[in-house]
Design a protein around this ligand. Structure first.
Ligand SMILES: [Zn+2]
Length: 282
C-alpha cells in the first residue's frame, strides 16, 4: 500500500502512512519554504516526493514531535543538509540516553540504509525548548508545546504543534486514530493526564501521529476521548492481569473486539501486553 498525500488545509499537507504507519506533516510557507514534521529515514523517498509534489522549494525546519525512531530517524538526513532540527528538551534527553540502542535495534532489518546514507546515525535535535517554542515561516506561525506529563506520556518528548493561521493541531503520537497505539514506550497514567487538556483544544483540522486526519473539533474531541478510553481500559485490565485477577489472553481478545474491532494494526495489542508484563521486546 502506498502513502497518501492529503492536503488538510491551504498550507498543510499530511503524508498519511499506509496501514497506520507514521504520518509526516508538511507546512508550506508563502515563500514555498517548508517545515517538515517528523521524518523516518526508511521512508525518506516518500517525504522527498511529497515535498516535490507540494511545490516546496526548500526545507527550513524539521520538527520532531517525539523521540521514537519512526519520527526522528531522518534527523541525520536533514541535519546533513544544514536544516535545523527542533524538538523538546525531553525528546533530546530521551534520544541522548536511550536513543542509541533503539536506533540500532530499528536499523537491523534495513542495513542497506547505512550504505545509502554514509555516516547515518542517531542525530539529536539542535534547537531545543523546555515548555514551548514558536517556529515561524512566512505566513505560518507554529506553536510547539511540550505535553509529556511529568516528563513521560506516550514518550518523553511528546510535543503538539498548533498552526495558528489555519488552526491545525498536530498531535504526534499522543493521538492514534483507527489503529491500535504503541503503548510500550509510554507511561499510561501520565498519558491519560496529558490527553485531558487536548479535549478542550480549538482547531479546524487535527493530524494524529498514526491514522487518518480528522476534520473539525467535534470529531477530533471524539477521537481524543476514544484514545483516552482505550488507554484507560487497557491499563485497568493490565493492572488486573499483574494482580492475577484477569488473564492476558482475555485482555488480548477484549482489545481487538467490541469498541476497537475496527482498529488496524491489531498485532500491536499482543506486543503491548507482552511488553507490559515482561518489559522485554518481542
Ligand atoms: Zn511514538
Amino acid at each position: 500500500m502506498e502513502s497518501r498525500i492529503n492536503q488538510i488545509s491551504r498550507s498543510v499537507y499530511a503524508v498519511i502512512g499506509p496501514e497506520g504507519s507514521t504520518n509526516f506533516g508538511i507546512v508550506k510557507g508563502t515563500d514555498n519554504s517548508a517545515a517538515v514534521i517528523d521524518a523516518d529515514i526508511r521512508r525518506i523517498d516518500e517525504i522527498e516526493e511529497a515535498l516535490k509534489l507540494t511545490g516546496c522549494s526548500k526545507v527550513s525546519y524539521l520538527i520532531d514531535t517525539h523521540e521514537h525512531f519512526d519520527h526522528t530517524s531522518a534527523n541525520f538526513y536533514f541535519a546533513q543538509r544544514g536544516i535545523p532540527v527542533v524538538a523538546s528538551a525531553g525528546c533530546a534527553e530521551a534520544m541522548r540516553e536511550e536513543g542509541g540502542a533503539d536506533f540500532e535495534r530499528m536499523m537491523k532489518p534495513v542495513p542497506e540504509l547505512y550504505k545509502r546514507f554514509p555516516g547515518l546515525c542517531l542525530t539529536l535535535p539542535d534547537i531545543v525548548f523546555s515548555d514551548s517554542k514558536t517556529v515561524v515561516l512566512p505566513g505560518a506561525t507554529l506553536h510547539l508545546r511540550y505535553r509529556a506529563e511529568n516528563g513521560h506520556s506516550h514518550s518523553k518528548g511528546d510535543t503538539t504543534i498548533f498552526f495558528e493561521e489555519e488552526e491545525i493541531l498536530i498531535a504526534g503520537d499522543l493521538l492514534y486514530t483507527e489503529v491500535h497505539p504503541v503503548t510500550f514506550f509510554g507511561n499510561i497514567p501520565n498519558w491519560l493526564t496529558a490527553l485531558r487538556p487536548l479535549f478542550e483544544c480549538h482547531y479546524q483540522q487535527l493530524l494524529p501521529g498514526h491514522g487518518p486526519a480528522v476534520q473539525g473539533e467535534q470529531a477530533g474531541r471524539a477521537y481524543f476521548k476514544k484514545m483516552y478510553d482505550y488507554l484507560e481500559d487497557f491499563h485497568g485490565r493490565m493492572v488486573e492481569v499483574k494482580a492475577g485477577r484477569q488473564n492476558a489472553e482475555d485482555v488480548a481478545r477484549h482489545m481487538v473486539g467490541g469498541a476497537y474491532a475496527s482498529f488496524g494494526k491489531t498485532r500491536m495489542v499482543q506486543r503491548n501486553i507482552n511488553h507490559y508484563l515482561t518489559g522485554r521486546w518481542f
